[in-house]
Ligand binder design. Structure first.
Ligand SMILES: Nc1ncnc2c1ncn2[C@@H]1O[C@H](COP(=O)(O)OP(=O)(O)O)[C@@H](O)[C@H]1O
Ligand SMILES: [Mg+2]
Length: 323
Protein backbone atom coordinates (compact mmCIF):
# COMPACT_ATOMS: atom_id res chain seq x y z
CA UNK A 1 0.00 0.00 0.00
CA UNK A 2 1.36 3.40 -0.92
CA UNK A 3 0.17 6.89 -1.61
CA UNK A 4 -2.91 6.79 -3.82
CA UNK A 5 -3.63 10.53 -4.13
CA UNK A 6 -1.07 13.28 -4.00
CA UNK A 7 -1.92 16.96 -4.40
CA UNK A 8 0.70 19.67 -4.63
CA UNK A 9 -0.30 23.35 -4.38
CA UNK A 10 -3.66 22.52 -5.94
CA UNK A 11 -5.74 25.60 -6.87
CA UNK A 12 -9.13 26.11 -8.43
CA UNK A 13 -10.30 29.59 -9.36
CA UNK A 14 -13.57 30.49 -11.03
CA UNK A 15 -13.97 33.62 -13.16
CA UNK A 16 -17.08 35.46 -12.03
CA UNK A 17 -18.54 38.82 -13.10
CA UNK A 18 -17.39 40.24 -9.77
CA UNK A 19 -13.81 38.98 -9.98
CA UNK A 20 -11.77 35.82 -9.55
CA UNK A 21 -13.30 33.44 -7.02
CA UNK A 22 -10.62 31.47 -5.15
CA UNK A 23 -12.50 28.25 -4.38
CA UNK A 24 -9.43 26.13 -3.55
CA UNK A 25 -6.17 27.79 -2.62
CA UNK A 26 -2.89 25.90 -2.81
CA UNK A 27 -3.78 22.63 -1.09
CA UNK A 28 -1.06 20.00 -0.64
CA UNK A 29 -1.71 16.60 0.93
CA UNK A 30 -1.40 12.87 0.37
CA UNK A 31 -3.87 10.10 0.96
CA UNK A 32 -2.43 6.66 1.68
CA UNK A 33 -4.23 3.72 0.13
CA UNK A 34 -6.82 2.17 2.43
CA UNK A 35 -7.17 5.24 4.65
CA UNK A 36 -9.83 7.93 5.02
CA UNK A 37 -9.09 11.63 4.80
CA UNK A 38 -11.90 13.68 6.34
CA UNK A 39 -12.34 17.16 4.87
CA UNK A 40 -14.20 19.60 7.09
CA UNK A 41 -15.27 23.21 6.78
CA UNK A 42 -18.30 25.44 6.56
CA UNK A 43 -20.48 25.60 3.49
CA UNK A 44 -18.76 27.41 0.60
CA UNK A 45 -15.19 26.75 1.74
CA UNK A 46 -14.33 24.70 -1.35
CA UNK A 47 -14.82 21.10 -0.21
CA UNK A 48 -16.93 19.95 -3.15
CA UNK A 49 -14.68 21.76 -5.61
CA UNK A 50 -11.70 19.90 -4.16
CA UNK A 51 -13.52 16.57 -4.37
CA UNK A 52 -14.59 17.24 -7.94
CA UNK A 53 -11.00 17.94 -8.94
CA UNK A 54 -9.86 14.67 -7.44
CA UNK A 55 -12.34 12.59 -9.42
CA UNK A 56 -11.78 14.52 -12.65
CA UNK A 57 -15.02 16.54 -12.74
CA UNK A 58 -13.04 19.81 -12.58
CA UNK A 59 -9.65 20.64 -14.02
CA UNK A 60 -7.34 22.36 -11.60
CA UNK A 61 -6.31 25.97 -12.29
CA UNK A 62 -2.77 25.30 -11.12
CA UNK A 63 -0.80 22.84 -9.04
CA UNK A 64 -0.40 19.15 -9.66
CA UNK A 65 -2.31 16.01 -8.89
CA UNK A 66 -1.09 12.41 -8.96
CA UNK A 67 -3.17 9.26 -8.78
CA UNK A 68 -1.27 6.12 -7.92
CA UNK A 69 1.95 7.94 -8.82
CA UNK A 70 0.70 8.97 -12.27
CA UNK A 71 0.30 12.67 -13.11
CA UNK A 72 -3.25 13.73 -13.94
CA UNK A 73 -2.20 17.08 -15.38
CA UNK A 74 -1.35 16.77 -19.02
CA UNK A 75 -2.34 13.08 -19.21
CA UNK A 76 -3.91 11.99 -22.52
CA UNK A 77 -7.62 11.17 -22.69
CA UNK A 78 -7.19 7.42 -22.63
CA UNK A 79 -5.03 7.53 -19.49
CA UNK A 80 -7.45 9.97 -17.86
CA UNK A 81 -10.40 7.70 -18.58
CA UNK A 82 -8.60 4.75 -17.03
CA UNK A 83 -7.62 6.79 -13.97
CA UNK A 84 -11.06 8.27 -13.52
CA UNK A 85 -12.67 4.89 -13.62
CA UNK A 86 -10.80 4.15 -10.40
CA UNK A 87 -12.13 7.32 -8.74
CA UNK A 88 -15.83 7.72 -7.97
CA UNK A 89 -18.01 10.16 -6.09
CA UNK A 90 -21.01 9.75 -3.78
CA UNK A 91 -23.11 12.90 -3.65
CA UNK A 92 -24.93 14.62 -0.82
CA UNK A 93 -28.40 14.54 -2.18
CA UNK A 94 -29.10 11.24 -3.88
CA UNK A 95 -32.47 12.57 -4.94
CA UNK A 96 -31.17 15.33 -7.17
CA UNK A 97 -28.27 13.25 -8.49
CA UNK A 98 -30.53 10.38 -9.62
CA UNK A 99 -32.64 10.52 -12.78
CA UNK A 100 -36.24 10.33 -11.45
CA UNK A 101 -37.43 8.56 -14.62
CA UNK A 102 -35.18 5.56 -14.11
CA UNK A 103 -35.86 2.63 -11.84
CA UNK A 104 -33.23 1.32 -9.40
CA UNK A 105 -32.04 -1.38 -11.74
CA UNK A 106 -31.56 1.07 -14.63
CA UNK A 107 -29.81 3.58 -12.38
CA UNK A 108 -27.26 1.00 -11.28
CA UNK A 109 -26.94 -0.30 -14.87
CA UNK A 110 -25.93 3.14 -16.13
CA UNK A 111 -22.25 3.22 -15.04
CA UNK A 112 -21.90 -0.47 -15.97
CA UNK A 113 -23.07 0.30 -19.51
CA UNK A 114 -20.99 3.48 -19.85
CA UNK A 115 -17.85 1.63 -18.87
CA UNK A 116 -18.79 -1.47 -20.87
CA UNK A 117 -18.24 -3.75 -17.90
CA UNK A 118 -20.63 -6.58 -18.73
CA UNK A 119 -20.81 -8.66 -21.88
CA UNK A 120 -24.57 -9.12 -22.02
CA UNK A 121 -27.83 -8.37 -20.32
CA UNK A 122 -27.83 -11.49 -18.18
CA UNK A 123 -24.37 -10.72 -16.84
CA UNK A 124 -25.42 -7.14 -16.16
CA UNK A 125 -28.53 -8.18 -14.26
CA UNK A 126 -26.49 -10.55 -12.17
CA UNK A 127 -24.05 -7.74 -11.40
CA UNK A 128 -26.88 -5.33 -10.47
CA UNK A 129 -28.28 -7.93 -8.10
CA UNK A 130 -24.90 -8.42 -6.47
CA UNK A 131 -24.44 -4.67 -6.06
CA UNK A 132 -27.88 -4.35 -4.45
CA UNK A 133 -26.92 -7.11 -2.00
CA UNK A 134 -23.60 -5.38 -1.28
CA UNK A 135 -25.23 -2.07 -0.36
CA UNK A 136 -28.10 -3.67 1.56
CA UNK A 137 -30.87 -2.78 -0.86
CA UNK A 138 -33.39 -5.62 -1.12
CA UNK A 139 -33.71 -6.97 -4.66
CA UNK A 140 -37.47 -6.43 -4.54
CA UNK A 141 -36.77 -2.69 -5.06
CA UNK A 142 -35.11 -3.28 -8.46
CA UNK A 143 -38.09 -1.85 -10.35
CA UNK A 144 -38.88 0.96 -7.87
CA UNK A 145 -38.29 4.61 -8.70
CA UNK A 146 -36.23 6.96 -6.50
CA UNK A 147 -39.31 8.90 -5.28
CA UNK A 148 -40.80 5.65 -3.95
CA UNK A 149 -37.83 5.09 -1.65
CA UNK A 150 -36.69 6.81 1.57
CA UNK A 151 -33.47 8.85 1.74
CA UNK A 152 -31.39 6.01 3.11
CA UNK A 153 -32.35 3.63 0.32
CA UNK A 154 -31.78 6.35 -2.25
CA UNK A 155 -28.29 6.89 -0.90
CA UNK A 156 -27.72 3.13 -1.14
CA UNK A 157 -28.41 3.48 -4.88
CA UNK A 158 -25.75 6.22 -5.00
CA UNK A 159 -23.29 3.92 -3.25
CA UNK A 160 -24.09 1.03 -5.60
CA UNK A 161 -23.53 3.28 -8.63
CA UNK A 162 -20.16 4.35 -7.29
CA UNK A 163 -19.16 0.74 -6.58
CA UNK A 164 -20.35 -0.52 -9.96
CA UNK A 165 -17.04 0.22 -11.68
CA UNK A 166 -14.89 -1.32 -8.90
CA UNK A 167 -13.18 1.92 -7.91
CA UNK A 168 -10.21 2.19 -5.57
CA UNK A 169 -10.87 5.73 -4.40
CA UNK A 170 -14.24 7.33 -3.54
CA UNK A 171 -14.99 10.94 -2.68
CA UNK A 172 -17.97 10.87 -0.32
CA UNK A 173 -19.35 14.42 -0.52
CA UNK A 174 -21.60 14.98 2.51
CA UNK A 175 -23.13 11.53 1.97
CA UNK A 176 -25.28 11.64 5.11
CA UNK A 177 -26.01 15.37 5.47
CA UNK A 178 -29.42 15.14 3.80
CA UNK A 179 -30.50 12.09 5.80
CA UNK A 180 -32.45 11.73 9.03
CA UNK A 181 -30.17 11.23 12.00
CA UNK A 182 -31.50 7.70 12.52
CA UNK A 183 -30.49 6.74 8.98
CA UNK A 184 -27.13 8.54 9.02
CA UNK A 185 -25.51 5.88 11.19
CA UNK A 186 -26.70 3.08 8.88
CA UNK A 187 -25.10 4.69 5.84
CA UNK A 188 -21.92 5.52 7.77
CA UNK A 189 -21.69 1.89 8.89
CA UNK A 190 -22.25 0.69 5.33
CA UNK A 191 -19.42 2.93 4.07
CA UNK A 192 -17.14 1.69 6.87
CA UNK A 193 -17.88 -1.96 6.11
CA UNK A 194 -17.36 -1.48 2.38
CA UNK A 195 -14.06 0.22 2.98
CA UNK A 196 -12.75 -2.70 4.99
CA UNK A 197 -14.20 -5.34 2.70
CA UNK A 198 -13.02 -3.78 -0.55
CA UNK A 199 -9.88 -2.03 0.74
CA UNK A 200 -11.21 1.32 -0.47
CA UNK A 201 -9.70 4.74 0.09
CA UNK A 202 -12.07 7.62 0.89
CA UNK A 203 -12.05 11.35 0.97
CA UNK A 204 -14.94 12.01 3.31
CA UNK A 205 -16.32 15.55 3.01
CA UNK A 206 -18.60 17.08 5.63
CA UNK A 207 -19.44 20.36 7.31
CA UNK A 208 -20.04 18.42 10.52
CA UNK A 209 -16.94 17.46 12.49
CA UNK A 210 -18.79 14.95 14.64
CA UNK A 211 -19.59 12.88 11.54
CA UNK A 212 -15.95 12.38 10.49
CA UNK A 213 -14.49 11.75 13.90
CA UNK A 214 -14.75 7.99 13.82
CA UNK A 215 -14.48 7.28 10.13
CA UNK A 216 -11.34 9.35 9.37
CA UNK A 217 -7.70 8.47 9.87
CA UNK A 218 -6.66 12.02 9.16
CA UNK A 219 -8.66 15.25 9.04
CA UNK A 220 -8.08 18.32 6.91
CA UNK A 221 -9.82 21.49 8.04
CA UNK A 222 -10.53 24.07 5.33
CA UNK A 223 -11.41 27.71 5.61
CA UNK A 224 -12.25 29.72 2.49
CA UNK A 225 -10.33 27.46 0.17
CA UNK A 226 -7.25 27.20 2.40
CA UNK A 227 -5.98 24.39 4.56
CA UNK A 228 -5.85 25.66 8.13
CA UNK A 229 -5.15 22.43 10.00
CA UNK A 230 -4.41 18.77 9.21
CA UNK A 231 -3.76 16.02 11.74
CA UNK A 232 -4.54 12.41 12.62
CA UNK A 233 -8.19 12.37 13.69
CA UNK A 234 -7.55 11.60 17.36
CA UNK A 235 -4.93 14.37 17.64
CA UNK A 236 -7.20 16.92 16.03
CA UNK A 237 -10.00 16.21 18.48
CA UNK A 238 -7.71 15.93 21.50
CA UNK A 239 -5.84 19.11 20.74
CA UNK A 240 -7.18 21.40 18.03
CA UNK A 241 -4.50 24.03 17.36
CA UNK A 242 -6.06 26.48 14.92
CA UNK A 243 -8.50 29.06 16.30
CA UNK A 244 -10.98 28.09 13.56
CA UNK A 245 -10.91 24.40 14.48
CA UNK A 246 -11.23 25.33 18.13
CA UNK A 247 -14.29 27.41 17.25
CA UNK A 248 -15.79 24.55 15.21
CA UNK A 249 -15.25 22.07 18.01
CA UNK A 250 -16.70 24.24 20.71
CA UNK A 251 -19.83 24.57 18.56
CA UNK A 252 -20.47 20.82 18.69
CA UNK A 253 -23.09 20.21 21.37
CA UNK A 254 -21.63 16.90 22.57
CA UNK A 255 -20.39 16.90 26.16
CA UNK A 256 -17.79 14.19 25.49
CA UNK A 257 -15.91 16.46 23.14
CA UNK A 258 -13.80 18.48 25.43
CA UNK A 259 -11.96 21.46 24.04
CA UNK A 260 -9.06 22.15 26.33
CA UNK A 261 -7.91 25.47 24.99
CA UNK A 262 -9.29 28.47 23.27
CA UNK A 263 -12.87 27.25 23.01
CA UNK A 264 -15.08 30.16 21.98
CA UNK A 265 -18.08 30.93 19.86
CA UNK A 266 -17.13 32.19 16.44
CA UNK A 267 -18.40 35.62 15.57
CA UNK A 268 -18.29 37.72 12.45
CA UNK A 269 -18.91 37.00 8.81
CA UNK A 270 -17.01 34.71 6.49
CA UNK A 271 -14.96 36.94 4.15
CA UNK A 272 -15.60 36.80 0.41
CA UNK A 273 -13.68 34.25 -1.68
CA UNK A 274 -13.69 36.73 -4.60
CA UNK A 275 -10.33 38.50 -4.99
CA UNK A 276 -9.53 37.76 -1.33
CA UNK A 277 -7.48 40.21 0.70
CA UNK A 278 -3.89 39.24 1.51
CA UNK A 279 -3.21 37.70 4.89
CA UNK A 280 -4.96 34.95 6.81
CA UNK A 281 -8.46 34.21 5.47
CA UNK A 282 -9.71 33.69 9.00
CA UNK A 283 -8.37 37.01 10.35
CA UNK A 284 -11.74 38.80 10.17
CA UNK A 285 -13.24 36.31 12.65
CA UNK A 286 -10.20 35.45 14.73
CA UNK A 287 -9.93 36.69 18.32
CA UNK A 288 -6.12 36.54 18.10
CA UNK A 289 -5.61 38.42 14.81
CA UNK A 290 -3.12 41.27 14.63
CA UNK A 291 -1.26 43.16 11.89
CA UNK A 292 0.75 40.29 10.50
CA UNK A 293 -2.43 38.23 10.14
CA UNK A 294 -3.91 40.95 7.95
CA UNK A 295 -0.83 41.28 5.73
CA UNK A 296 0.74 37.81 5.40
CA UNK A 297 -0.86 34.46 4.64
CA UNK A 298 0.43 32.06 7.30
CA UNK A 299 2.25 29.03 5.86
CA UNK A 300 1.09 25.55 6.84
CA UNK A 301 3.69 24.06 9.19
CA UNK A 302 4.14 20.85 11.14
CA UNK A 303 3.69 22.24 14.65
CA UNK A 304 3.50 18.91 16.50
CA UNK A 305 4.39 15.52 15.01
CA UNK A 306 2.05 14.90 12.01
CA UNK A 307 -0.03 17.88 13.17
CA UNK A 308 0.01 20.75 10.68
CA UNK A 309 -1.42 24.20 11.24
CA UNK A 310 -1.45 27.51 9.36
CA UNK A 311 -1.51 30.25 12.00
CA UNK A 312 1.03 32.95 12.83
CA UNK A 313 0.22 32.71 16.52
CA UNK A 314 -0.31 28.96 16.91
CA UNK A 315 2.43 28.59 19.55
CA UNK A 316 1.38 31.39 21.87
CA UNK A 317 -2.32 30.52 21.57
CA UNK A 318 -1.64 26.89 22.51
CA UNK A 319 1.18 27.44 24.98
CA UNK A 320 3.70 25.57 22.85
CA UNK A 321 7.42 26.29 23.25
CA UNK A 322 8.94 28.55 20.56
CA UNK A 323 11.63 26.75 18.64
N1 LIG B 1 -18.85 26.24 -11.14
C1 LIG B 1 -18.65 27.27 -10.32
N2 LIG B 1 -18.57 28.55 -10.79
C2 LIG B 1 -18.36 29.60 -9.96
N3 LIG B 1 -18.20 29.48 -8.62
C3 LIG B 1 -18.28 28.25 -8.09
C4 LIG B 1 -18.51 27.09 -8.91
N4 LIG B 1 -18.52 26.00 -8.09
C5 LIG B 1 -18.32 26.45 -6.84
N5 LIG B 1 -18.17 27.81 -6.84
C6 LIG B 1 -17.91 28.66 -5.67
O1 LIG B 1 -16.73 28.12 -5.06
C7 LIG B 1 -16.83 28.23 -3.65
C8 LIG B 1 -16.66 26.86 -3.04
O2 LIG B 1 -17.81 26.08 -3.36
P1 LIG B 1 -17.95 24.56 -2.94
O3 LIG B 1 -16.73 23.83 -3.37
O4 LIG B 1 -19.25 24.08 -3.44
O5 LIG B 1 -17.97 24.66 -1.35
P2 LIG B 1 -18.48 23.60 -0.25
O6 LIG B 1 -18.62 22.28 -0.91
O7 LIG B 1 -17.42 23.64 0.81
O8 LIG B 1 -19.78 24.14 0.26
C9 LIG B 1 -18.17 28.88 -3.34
O9 LIG B 1 -17.96 30.26 -3.13
C10 LIG B 1 -18.97 28.61 -4.60
O10 LIG B 1 -19.93 29.63 -4.80
MG1 LIG C 1 -20.30 21.02 -1.03
Amino acid sequence: MGTIVEANALCKYFKTPRGMLHAVESLSFRIEEGTVLGVVGESGCGKSTLGRMLVGLHECTSGSLFFDGQPINGADRKTLKALHRQCQMIFQDPYSSLDPRKCVSDLIAEPIKIMGLCKNRREREERIGQLMDTVGLARRFALSYPHELDGGRRQRIGVARALAVNPRFIVCDEPVSALDVSIQAQILNLLQDLREEKKLTYMFITHDLSVVKHISDEILVMYLGCEVERAPSADLFARPLHPYTQGLLSAIPIPSIHVKQGGYIMKGEVASPIDPAPGCRFASRCPHADEICLSDMPPIEEVLPHHHCACHHVKEINGLPER
